[in-house]
Structures are given as C-alpha cells and as structure tokens.
Write a protein that binds this ligand. Sequence first.
Ligand SMILES: Cc1cc2nc3c(=O)[nH]c(=O)nc-3n(C[C@H](O)[C@H](O)[C@H](O)COP(=O)(O)O)c2cc1C
Length: 370
Amino acid sequence: MILTRLQHATYKRLLKPVLFMMDPEFVHRRFIAVGYLLGSNPVTRWILSVFLSYRHPSLEQTICGLRFSNPVGLAGGFDKDAYLMKILPSVGFGWMEIGSVTARHCAGNAGKHLWRLPKSKGIVVHYGLKNNGAAWIAHRLSKKRYAIPLGLNVARTNDEEASASDLAGIRDYIATLSTCPDVGDYVTLNVSCPNSCGGETFLEPHRLDQLLTAVDGLKISKPIFLKIAADLSTTEVDAILEVADRHRVDGFIFSNLTKNYRAAGIVPSELTPEMKGGISGKPVEALSNALIAHVFKQKGTKYVIIGCGGIFSAQDAYGKIRAGASLVQLITGMIFEGPQLIGEINRGLVDLLKKDGFSSLSEAIGADVK
Ligand SMILES: Cc1cc2nc3c(=O)[nH]c(=O)nc-3n(C[C@H](O)[C@H](O)[C@H](O)COP(=O)(O)O)c2cc1C
C-alpha cells in the first residue's frame, strides 16, 4: 500500500510535470520505445511485475473461451504497431489490444496529432489511423501467443482508395482480416474512428449489415467485438444491436472518442482553433457509461460489454462494471495517473467487490441495472 502511494506520488509530482511539458506525440513514441526495451529483457519484466502487477482470484474471468487474470486492458490506439506485448502483463494489464491496424500502411493525418487537455482530463486525438499496415503486423505476430489475451483492432485504411465507396471500405477490412488470420485471440472491428477520410461510415445500420455479412463469410473462429462511437443516441444504438443480432458479433466496446466539443466535462477555455479530432478521457466517461447501461438493460449478458472511456481510478472501472461491462480498457487514465494505475485499479476493485459483498467480479456485472 505504501509502495503504491509512493509510485503514485512519484509519477504525479516528479515525472508527469516533466512529461506534460513535452510534445505529447514525442512522449508517446518514447513510451513505446522504453516499453519495448523493458519488455525484451526477462529481468526488467520481472522487476516491473514485482512493483506494478497485482493478482487476485476474484478478478479472474473466462470470457468467450479466453482467460482474463483481471479485467483491465490497454485500449486500441496506444500500441498501434504492436511493440508492448511483452511488457504489458508486467505492468499489470489483464489483456491488450493492438492497432488500429489497416490494410495498408498509413502515415496518419497531416499536421499535429495530439493535444492534452489537463483541466478536462482528456486528449484531443487526430492520429488518423497511423500504423504500419496489416502485412507488417502479420509478419511479426502470426501464430504468436502472449501471457495475456491480445486483440487485433481493425479499421478501414485512412486513404482515398478505401473511402471511395462502401464496397472499397468493406474490401479493406476484409483484406486486413485475411492478412492477419493468426494474429491475436480476438478481433475488434473499429467502425467508429472519428479521424479518417469518409467518416464513421459503418455505424450506419445498412452499411454495418453489409460489412458484417462480408465478415461472416470469413468464418472467423475468434471472438469478434464492435467498437462503437461515444456520441450515439439510444435509438441509433438499438439499430446497431438489431443488425448485430443477425451476425457473428460477440460483444461491443463502448466507446471510442467523443466528437462533441461541448460534451460534459470539457473546459472550453482549453480548446484552441487548431485542435481537431476526437476527445478521450473524462469527457467520454458519462457517454460510455450511459451506452453500457442501455445495452445491458436491452440485452443482458447476450453480448460481452467492454467499457472504455475516462477510467482514472478503481471507482471509475467499477462504475462501468456495475453498469454492465465485463471488461474495461483505458489509455488516457494511464497517461494522466501513471502506469501504476493498472495495479491500483485491480487492488481497488478487490476492495470495492468485498465492500459490496461480491465474491467475484462477475457477480457485480450490471448490478446497477438489474
Ligand atoms: C492517443 C490515442 C490514440 C487512439 N487511437 C485509437 C485507434 O487507433 N483505434 C481505436 O479504436 N481507438 C483509438 N483511440 C481511442 C481509445 O481506444 C479509447 O476508445 C478512448 O481514448 C477512450 O478511452 P480513454 O478515455 O481511456 O482514453 C485512441 C485514443 C488515444 C488517447
């Protein structure tokens, strides 16, 4: 406990002030490089796991045949090109998602990609699906297995070729899935990237239906999750559920970034005209929680619900679980609070479960909605 507090204070008082003075994309690249280096050595992996990771039987679950030692995963977009698979289990993550990966290499959008919003506790993200492409990922990761479940987050390439028509977009998703059939333990179809040419085409029910029909044709044996936008009405979500009911969909990630610059929690004075893209972190939290609760109310446990958006503490993660999520994911909380946050969340979840009289995490799922 004292050690956890010390790690927390060290990050927030010493490291974070320095990191937050630097360009966010530069810091992101350095984090990946350091994480890759630390992960390539068994001694550094062991040292980090002693200091950071936390295990407890009440957090373990088997979902879609995959074993999760704890519910906290790294969300898509931090480890775009899959460098951190070896270090993330030592940091305490129970699972991880790489990508978004697209059929072709993509340099990302022109100009600046990231802006921090310290008061709003969010990040404006305008990467535009920057990644090395499916062939590169397949070459490095095919048939490899890691200590924790790994998801392949797939999006449509951010170029004119893939956004020329719905058919071109669908072909692009299928090309990635066909290039990477042996990468990872589950697939996330990111149909909600707010930062690419052509927009979020595949959230529209008719187009989603066409995409999922094509994906069904691949007969993928792994779990398939859909990653959904934050700014949807319940009517729009219901239409998506109706489409999903007709296809091979195992679950949903709620949610991606918000495009609403007036979302609750955003401090307007932090926004500048040069900022463009979606916003992560605390402004997404309430939107994501509302979607989770709505879908759990509609569908119960028919779909696996993965909660994502604004998790900065164990209480935040628990809120999503009590709303109906079986698993949670994060990025921004780790950037604002430090990498020791993952262990803190897991430790805190055990306490919260005990306090509420639950002997396992699965008993708490949807407790606020049932
Ligand atoms: C720097 C950054 C890059 C992201 N890139 C992607 C991406 O490539 N694909 C994706 O599905 N989501 C991406 N996201 C969205 C996150 O996966 C997540 O849905 C969102 O940030 C909300 O979670 P958070 O508040 O814990 O960050 C990105 C988020 C951030 C902060």
